[in-house]
Write a protein that binds this ligand. Sequence first.
Ligand SMILES: *[C@@H]1O[C@H](CO)[C@@H](O)[C@H](O)[C@H]1NC(C)=O
Ligand SMILES: *[C@@H]1O[C@H](CO)[C@@H](O)[C@H](O)[C@H]1NC(C)=O
Ligand SMILES: *[C@@H]1O[C@H](CO)[C@@H](O)[C@H](O)[C@H]1NC(C)=O
Length: 444
Amino acid sequence: MAPASPLFVLVFLAVTAPLSASAGAALVFPDEALPTKSGYLPIPPANASLFFAFYEATRPLTPPASTPLLLWLQGGPGCSGLVGNFFELGPYFVNPDSVHLSPNPFAWNRRFGLLFIDSPLGTGFSAAPCPADIPTNQSVIAVHILAALQSFLALDPSFRARPFFLTGESYAGKYVPAAGAHILDVNPTLPEALRVNLRGVAIGNGLTHPVAQVATHADAAYFSGLINAWQKRELEALQAEAVALTRAERWREAADARGRVLSRLQNMTGLATLYDAAKQRPYRTDPVGAFLNRPEAKAALGARGDVAWEECSDAVGAAMHADVMRSVVPQVESLLRRTRVLLYQGVRDLRDGVVSTEAWLGEVRWDGLPAFLDADRAVWRTRADGELAGYVQRSGALAHVVVYSAGHLVPADNGLAAQEMIEDWVLGTGLFGRRGGDGRRRAA
Ligand SMILES: *[C@@H]1O[C@H](CO)[C@@H](O)[C@H](O)[C@H]1NC(C)=O
Ligand SMILES: *[C@@H]1O[C@H](CO)[C@@H](O)[C@H](O)[C@H]1NC(C)=O
Ligand SMILES: *[C@@H]1O[C@H](CO)[C@@H](O)[C@H](O)[C@H]1NC(C)=O
């Protein structure tokens, strides 16, 4: 990669001055790790706002006015975007000592401005004014995300024209399609100066069409050798309950039934985590919480000192329980007709992995589907070192990427591949360029 020109370096030094850095804060939060902007973005319920942290691009390939902006949404439901920030794809990670930060060489804000928002209301530093304000469905969350985004875009007159991409992981497989479709629905009703320049959405290891996804766990585990035929039949029976309850629209019971499938699978396999079949221990995110609950860290981020940060909010999980088994495939279909969609999964995830996505992808109602299903699945190697990074299948608006050497939290497990993927997909280069990977399968 060509180094950034001196012009860009100067420009970005000028805009990355920290908002607030007390002397105490500097002890835990080096200036270079501070967000370019952070704080709270107002949303509709009275006195409500969503916490955000924004990091400007450090080495953009484009002039500032056309440098893409990415919003990252965490899953859960109810897990904080700051897990993404400090454990997966932000510019600095919290060290295991929970005291120091270290630069992430594979940060997503190398080429792009990167925005993290604690959503839904009630998540992370986004305390809800009262419990009844916590959303219970995707429509409300989409409205809140757009409102927060409008507040964010108003912070700097140059933000609005920049190409905007909605990204996220896991339960954000619901938020991203819901918010993306909502933005594109609302845009034509807004004055031009208030439209959001949405150019694409990306979902990592998403839960998007749960009724199809819940039916894949037995197969995925059996064909990986993690369970035997007898155990497979037992899991299939549990899956059938979840499917039947979903079809009957008994949403809470259906979500409980899905929970039983996952806990039985966990029990049968003895894995440390279903999020990654190769790990002996769960993802070690605890230091992020210890760090973020230090008063100096809250002050440095502009977060409310009176809010205890939780990695995932039980209150949000409870409020969203009846949403778990609901599908957002219609919103994905509506996005495929209007913008670009990237679906990527770490290959080692047993919860929302590759098989789980394939289960619904082949059935989306979209004119481009036959060509997509007919496209080659290209082997993808990283440009940096030629290592196997995964597989890319794409045609028209849709790209499906399998990331090798990764579980559920792809950027945490294979940062190099994740960074190349997001940069190439956003910029339309490499495997996502005109000449890369968009192959028709050769006639047999
Ligand atoms: C909003 O906050 C103000 C100031 O704390 C308070 O007076 C008002 O009652 C609040 N409104 C609601 C609807 O909570
Ligand atoms: C979502 O929740 C809001 C607030 O409770 C409610 O007014 C609305 O009808 C719900 N929408 C759907 C589609 O269920
Ligand atoms: C699975 O569940 C059984 C019965 O509750 C329990 O005895 C066993 O220890 C569990 N195994 C694992 C690996 O969690």
